[in-house]
Design a protein around this ligand. Structure first.
Ligand SMILES: Cc1cc2nc3c(=O)[nH]c(=O)nc-3n(C[C@H](O)[C@H](O)[C@H](O)COP(=O)(O)OP(=O)(O)OC[C@H]3O[C@@H](n4cnc5c(N)ncnc54)[C@H](O)[C@@H]3O)c2cc1C
Length: 496
């Protein structure tokens, strides 16, 4: 396994293909420092005694101990550990731990490449190639990002119906030694600080859309790949240092006729499996949210409780109701993920067929529980912000800048007037409200809310997954039995 320093050294060697605000930047540009430190926490974690066993796993390929973020889940215990690792590390950095896209993509592609080879009766070697790639990924402890979301152009048109066919990434040429792809993936988190980019389809695909059914991996600085980066940092602190300063990046990744050798192609033309690949990455990713979103809920609950305490309103009934709401959202999200882990199996739900065995035996979380948890916590994002706003009052939105707070002329006056609670040192109140403002009133907070709401798919996508996969007919039959319309069928009482 690598250290954080080795990871950063690796980034420094990558070709300059990052564009920010009209300039090309290095991987270790100052503006990426906090994002790199946040990712770095995933390397530090493997030697943290408190997290022992959580952040490492045994590779099913080599038998070696590897970073869990590079692991293919072999059983339900692995799923539980991924969820708990995610919650623990998101608590550590106070927000997103960033490395889940890679683990979620490798788990999806692992299953899909296996099934596509089966379909092709041995004429393709996607899975063998994927395992060879994965072995290198695990051994070198690489960071993966996942490029799923396409530009999508005209929203109500399928890929094949678009005016511009490049609105979904697709294969433009098949050669003897590889494929050429064109398109643009957007909002791709941490691609600018990753070693590898895994590409998977966005959506279900028809037989006329085979060129869009493509999954592959390329180095993040691969020839022809351009990243247009947006950086999300909190306002810098000089005087009032925080426990951890996290930072984030997202990229538009433009694939400008990029050549990908066959040994890095894991799916090419199998449209049914392309759709399943899209679904599976989303499923694994929604399961990851059952770790990260509860951790963010932990932070938000702490913010709400301390804001109420500092404002002297902790014992009011409306604050109690809001604290209960934070706890319900947080822990129901966690419980749904826990159940999705516990019911994990090597199978996927295919509409019209139900659950079917899928993949080489690796463990896939239960789709209904992963989706209901993600949907619940995603839809709550702006309600949570509203509750924080309610409890805080307007204070964080116009809070003085730190240089004013330490200005010799202003300091005694501001410390006098910013003191809302004589029972708490005013300096602690100041640090608290600055942190509160970070999470609620900054550009970064706005981006976080969008990510928390849309990441893993908009709520509508989760609603589609839930309603198309849930056994609603069983519930109709239950009512018909209770109403005396039908005889009770076997399995009705115990099926989920
Ligand atoms: C901060 C952040 C980080 C992200 N990180 C990643 C990442 O690392 N990797 C990745 O692949 N993706 C990532 N995403 C993308 C995320 O998965 C998408 O934002 C999400 O799937 C929604 O897609 P969209 O943004 O294109 O919105 P749209 O799909 O355009 O949604 C906009 C609205 O249009 C509606 N709509 C869209 N299509 C249809 C239709 N056919 N019929 C009816 N209504 C429709 C939607 O329901 C919604 O109401 C990230 C997003 C954010 C905000």
């Amino acid at each position: 396994m690598r250290t954080k320093e080795q990871y950063i050294d690796g980034l420094r060697k990558l070709r300059r293909n990052l564009y920010l605000d009209g300039n090309k930047i290095d991987r270790d540009d100052e503006c990426q420092r906090h994002a790199i430190n946040t990712m770095g926490a995933t390397f530090d974690a493997v030697t943290d005694p408190e997290l022992e066993g959580l952040c490492t796993a045994t590779s099913h390929i080599t038998g070696e101990t590897i970073n869990r973020f590079c692991h293919v889940h072999q059983n339900t215990d692995d799923l539980h550990k991924k969820q708990n690792m995610t919650r623990a590390l998101c608590r550590k950095v106070g927000f997103c731990i960033q490395r889940c896209m890679g683990i979620d993509a490798i788990n999806a592609v692992n299953a899909v490449s296996f099934e596509a080879d089966k379909l092709n009766g041995g004429s393709t070697e996607y899975h063998k190639n994927f395992l060879a790639w994965l072995k290198n990924f695990q051994t070198n402890d690489l960071v993966g990002s996942c490029a799923q979301t396409d530009m999508k152009g005209e929203r109500l048109k399928r890929p094949a119906q678009q005016t511009d066919p490049d609105m979904y990434l697709h294969v433009v040429e098949k050669k003897s030694d590889g494929i050429v792809v064109r398109g643009c993936k957007l909002h791709i988190s941490e691609a600018s600080i990753a070693d590898e980019i895994m590409v998977v389809p966005t959506r279900a695909l028809g037989p006329d859309e085979k060129e869009y059914a493509v999954a592959f991996a390329v180095p993040a600085d691969h020839e022809g790949v351009k990243q247009v980066v947006s950086i999300h940092n909190f306002r810098d602190r000089t005087h009032f240092k925080k426990g951890f300063t996290s930072g984030y990046t997202d990229s538009y990744i433009i694939f400008d006729d990029v050549f990908v050798p066959w040994n890095r192609v894991f799916l090419c033309g199998e449209n049914d499996h392309g759709g399943i690949c899209a679904l599976l990455f989303a499923l694994f990713h929604r399961h990851s949210y059952s770790g990260c979103k509860p951790a963010i809920g932990d932070v938000l609950t702490g913010l709400a409780s301390l804001a109420a305490r500092h404002n002297g309103i902790k014992r009011t009934s409306h604050v109690r109701a809001m604290l209960a709401e934070f706890i319900k959202i947080t822990e129901l999200g966690y419980a749904a993920g826990y159940t999705a882990s516990a019911f994990g199996k090597p199978e996927v739900y295919i509409p019209g067929m139900g659950p079917i065995p899928y993949g080489p035996g690796s463990c896939i979380p239960h789709s209904i529980y992963a989706n209901v948890g993600r949907c619940l916590t995603g839809e709550a994002v702006f309600e949570e912000q509203e509750m924080l706003c309610n409890i805080a009052g307007g204070f964080p939105s116009t809070f003085p800048h730190e240089a004013d707070i330490v200005h010799p002329e202003l300091q005694p006056l501001l410390e006098k007037y910013l003191n809302r609670n004589p029972g708490v040192p005013v300096i602690d109140q100041i640090k608290f409200w600055m942190f509160f403002a970070d999470y609620t009133c900054t550009g970064m907070a706005g981006t976080m809310n969008y990510g928390n709401y849309h990441g893993g798919g908009s709520p509508i996508m989760e609603e589609i997954a839930i309603t198309s996969q849930y056994d609603i007919k069983l519930r109709e039959h239950l009512v018909n039995y209770l109403a005396g319309i039908e005889e009770l069928k076997p399995g009705t009482l115990t099926s989920l």
